[in-house]
Each structure stands twice: as C-alpha cells, then as structure tokens.
Write a protein that binds this ligand. Structure first.
Ligand code: GLN
Length: 310
C-alpha cells in the first residue's frame, strides 16, 4: 500500500490498543518489574528503507529473547543449515521457554534455538577462540542487523546475572548430555549479555526488515547474513518464535515473529518489511499483549498473512 496509508495504519493501531491493560509486566528478572506498563511503541520498516512509527518508539528496553532470532541467524550463517539442525534442532517444544522437562522428554535435545536451552546451546556454537571474541561477534552482528551500535544495559545484565539460576541449570543439564560446545558458565554469561542489549521498537523493525530483505539491512545496505540464512531463520520463527503459542500466533497473524519478556515483538513479512512493537504487559506465555494485538491488526490491514491467497 501507499506509504502515507501505512503510516496512518501504524498510528491507528497504536491508538486502538494503547488503552488495553491486560497482562502483567515480567518480574522474575527484578529490574524488568520497574518498567512502566503504559509504554507502547509501534514501528514499521519496509525493505525499501522507509519507516513509520507511533508512540514510545525511542524508549530503550532489553531485547531479551528476541536476540535468539538474530544470534541464530549469525550462527546458522557461520556453521550452516545442516549443522544447526543436527546439533540444536528446529521443532517446537510445546512448552514454556524455560522448560527443563522439554529437554528431559527429548533425550537431552534443546529442541530449537528459540527457547532458553536451545538459545544457550546456539550461542555456544558461535565459532570463536575465546569468550571476548564470541561476545564481540554477537554484539557486532546484532548491531549490523540494527544498523547502529547496540549497547549493553548494565543494570539488566547484573539483575539477570544474579537471578538466572534456572538458565544455569539448563546449561548444566545440556552439558550432562554433552550438548554444549563450551563451558556452561561462559555460555550462560554470553547469552545473558545478548539478552541485555538495549534496543528500541525502531531498531526491532529495522532488524526484522533485514531478515525480510534476504539479509540486507534496508537502511545501511549491508548484507548481514545470506538470503538462505534469512529464509531458515524465518521458517524457525514461524514454528517456534512465540514459544508454545506459535501455532495460535500463526493461525491469527500468519507471519513469523519473535517476542521477549521486556515486552518487545518483531514480526516479519518476507519480502515486505517488519513491525517492531514494545509494550511491557505480557500474557502467560511471555508475549506482549498490546504488541500481539497491534501486529494482528497490521497483518490484516496490510494483507501480510503468508497463507492468504488474496
Ligand atoms: N533473558 C530471559 C531469560 O533467559 C529471556 C526470556 C525471554 O525473553 N522469554 O529468561
């Protein structure tokens, strides 16, 4: 559709859902509980580099699990489609993002890179000679997706590092099954750092649009990952990006997406662009309530559903 119409729809989606106050702000990572539940930002970037935003699109928040999508892309690009599928897997667990049971029921497999265990295993697969180099590759890689240098939110990193006992346990469990390529402490530390990178809704839209555009950042023009890797990442997001609600999400909205517990969502329309949403109130699976409603509205209004023939 015409660009001024797209801008109107983004503004309208924001206005329409700004007063929804279902859901609760995450508090299992203490600092996240300080988020203002009223925050709501909506941004859309198309593959020709145009952006439209409404609301709190400049407020920084931690990327959290949305980092999993982009770290997957970097690692898949580095080690290849077959290897990531063999070592981590690409099937939905049907369980919560931090499930221990999912690993036990599947013979020690982390199942996919979009749940915590699989994301920790994926981070560990990033080829590097030491921890500093691995972290630099991840931070710089995610920054190339955003088209600007992303910074670590030290407060989130510390808060999460002090309380991430469950992620430490998941990493140890993977280690016990010989499923972790590096030591569990380092793997969880780098995973925690990647989750603590600060982004805005505008950043998420550009990061998503890069995957929509075959790996080319529509603002900087840089080829961040290959077109094949972008395709693989979107397929995995469709299956697993919204955790155990991925089926419901695809049924209602029809495009690949990834959420994070700080309230971000990136929803990606292949060959078209991406929506970045931010609002901290979450449903019981950890997905932003307003973000989901706004993505559903925009998918319908802009005809983004991949499964629609007309
Ligand atoms: N860093 C968070 C965790 O490991 C990410 C979870 C999420 O965003 N769903 O628990």
């Amino acid at each position: 559709p015409q660009h001024d119409r797209v801008g109107d729809l983004v503004a309208h989606a924001h206005e329409r859902y700004a007063s929804v106050d279902d859901g609760t702000v995450a508090d299992y990572i203490p600092v996240l509980a300080e988020a203002d539940p009223a925050w709501f930002g909506l941004s859309l970037a198309s593959i020709d580099g145009r952006c439209h935003s409404a609301g709190d699109t400049g407020i920084g928040f931690s990327i959290q699990s949305i980092s999993k999508a982009f770290v997957f892309a970097l690692v898949c690009d580095a080690i290849g489609h077959d290897e990531i599928r063999r070592v981590v897997g690409v099937d939905n667990t049907g369980m919560a993002f931090n499930s221990v049971v999912a690993i036990e029921l599947n013979g020690g497999s982390p199942m996919n890179s979009m749940v915590n265990a699989g994301a920790i295993a994926t981070t560990a697969l990033m080829p590097a000679t030491n921890a500093d180099e691995r972290w630099a590759l991840i931070r710089d890689g995610l920054s190339r997706f955003a088209g600007r240098p992303l910074m670590l939110d030290g407060e989130v990193y510390r808060s999460e590092s002090f309380t991430n006992h469950r992620n430490q346990a998941l990493a140890r469990l993977l280690q016990s099954y010989d499923r972790l390529a590096i030591g569990p402490r380092e793997a969880v530390d780098i995973y925690t750092r990647q989750c603590s990178l600060s982004v805005t809704a505008d950043d998420l839209a550009v990061m998503g649009a890069t995957l929509a555009d075959g790996g080319v950042n529509p603002i900087t023009g840089e080829q961040v990952v290959s077109a094949e890797t972008s395709r693989d990442t979107l397929a995995l997001l469709a299956a697993c990006g919204m955790y155990e609600r991925s089926g419901e999400w695809l049924f209602e909205i029809g495009i690949p997406a990834k959420s994070g517990v700080a309230g971000g969502i990136v929803a990606i329309a292949p060959g078209k662009g991406a929506v970045g949403a931010f609002s901290p109130r979450l449903d019981s699976a950890g997905n932003s309530v307003r973000g989901q409603r706004a993505c559903a509205y925009l998918s319908r209004a802009l005809g983004l559903n991949l499964f629609a023939s007309a």
